[in-house]
Design a protein around this ligand. Structure first.
Ligand code: LLP
Length: 424
């Protein structure tokens, strides 16, 4: 459930008509609902209640939507943060998320980033390879610190979904095998500069079937028991993110309740603190991208293009993953409005800047406004200023109030970011 719906013939976000935001801030613009962010977090957390699993650490995956106001909204609701760079750690801290709820993941953390994470005192550094373990141990020893680590295991299961976002097969770059994890965990346990806290996995994103997750988590349970059998201490089991969301017209993913039930069955009696890293589940359906129709180009030969002021640089998911986003006019169409097929495109100079082909929409005209739904995750966070189109603003709604939480840079701002070389 989300807080975007039609009322009085218009699409609203909570108590604000999206057209009012478009008027005040201009288009294209990302708009997020506080109530939906809070609800998604509460639903995910609530799913674990009463299952005898204790209080899991729910570390929201910052990469999905890293706006500081979004992070603060979630932090106030009790979320931690799963981060993959110094920048993301800094954003989480700036949003008031305590280091004790921050996880640092990622396949290529630099020495500078590891040093920063140690100084910040993050709760868990996920180690993805032996060279990374050795690098962290050197840095920690030099600082006289003892950071808590988890070994990221690659469970070698196929999670389905798009190949570009599948991470849990052994040919993917993430994590180490079970055998390696056992060796590295024992090695870290011998090292006075490291505190092995647990093991972690993350097998992919937009997963719509619990079967591969159950398979991976069962293997992870086996590893916890095996390590403990060797006399090693394992306190935390981080099961990553990846649970899919309902994108209109796509296979429906399982509810968080069913996910939590499956986890409870797998880890029953294990006595570990659980951690999760959901990103998309929290943010995707809490955001829309509002865009204006520049013109409708009807080719005499047939195809009809809906040319928008938003482009692939603003929302790259369709170009990159063939992702489907529902597109809704801001003005509710009449119930009997005839539908016709549009190719919805942006202004960027490449064919990949096509959001969708043959989408059935009511009659559209220049100046009309549309919203791309489910754009709150991996939308603004993956945007760029390709074609010298400045990044677009982000707006957060709460009740009947809204705030610009990232202003639109001016053309002058964009140019000022690039000083000329002294010899030019
Ligand atoms: N934890 C780790 C270690 C991850 O790599 C990811 C996502 C997550 C958690 C959060 O996964 P989620 O719950 O959001 O599925 N840009 C792509 C998705 C890339 C996901 C990368 N890793 C997209 O737009 O579909």
């Amino acid at each position: 459930m989300n807080h975007f719906d039609y009322r009085d013939g218009e699409l609203w976000c909570e108590g604000v008509a999206l057209s009012a935001i478009a008027k005040a801030v201009g288009t294209p613009v990302y708009v997020y609902s506080s109530a939906t962010l809070e609800r998604h977090f509460a639903v995910f957390r609530g799913a674990f209640e009463g299952l005898g699993l204790g209080e899991p650490l729910i570390a929201y995956a910052v990469k999905a939507n890293s706006n500081v106001s979004v992070l603060r909204t979630l932090g106030l609701a009790g979320a931690g943060a799963d981060t993959v760079s110094e920048g993301e750690i800094r954003r989480a801290l700036a949003a008031g998320i305590p280091a004790s709820r921050i996880v640092f993941s990622g396949v290529g953390k630099t020495a500078k980033e590891l040093a920063f994470a140690i100084e910040a005192g993050v709760s868990e550094i996920n180690i993805e390879s032996e060279p990374e373990l050795d690098l962290l141990s050197q840095i920690a020893a030099a600082k006289g610190a003892r950071p808590a680590i988890a070994i990221r295991v690659n469970p070698d299961v196929s999670a389905g979904g798009h190949a570009k976002i599948s991470t849990g097969k052994s040919e993917n770059k993430f994590g180490v095998s079970f055998a390696e994890a056992e060796r590295l965990y024992a090695k870290a346990s011998q090292n006075p500069a490291l505190r092995p806290l647990g093991i972690a996995c993350h097998i992919g994103s937009q997963i719509t079937d619990l079967t591969p997750m159950r398979e991976a988590f069962t293997k992870m349970r086996g590893l916890v028991e095996h390590l403990r059998g060797q006399g090693l201490v394992v306190e935390r089991l981080d099961l990553g993110g990846g649970l899919g969301v309902p994108y209109f017209n796509q296979p429906s993913p399982p509810e968080p309740k069913a996910f939590a039930q499956m986890v409870a069955e797998v880890v029953r009696g294990l006595d570990v603190q659980l951690a999760f890293e959901p990103g998309r589940l929290i943010a995707a359906n809490a955001g829309v991208l509002v865009s204006e129709v520049i013109h409708v180009h009807q080719r005499p030969e047939g195809r009809k293009f809906l040319v928008l002021d938003a482009g692939m640089n603003d929302l790259i998911r369709p170009a990159m993953y063939d992702a489907y986003h529902d597109i809704r006019p801001l003005k509710a169409p009449a119930a009997d409005a005839p539908l016709s097929a549009y190719d919805v495109v942006g202004p960027v100079c490449e064919t990949g800047d096509t959001f969708t082909r043959d989408r059935l929409l009511p009659p559209m005209a220049a100046g009309d406004l549309v919203a791309f739904l489910s754009a709150g995750a991996y939308g603004a966070a993956m945007s760029s200023q390709y074609n010298s189109r400045p990044l677009i603003p982000e707006v957060l709604v709460k009740g009947d109030a809204f705030a610009v939480i990232r202003p639109r840079p001016s053309m002058e701002d964009m140019l000022a970011a690039e000083p000329l070389a002294a010899w030019l």
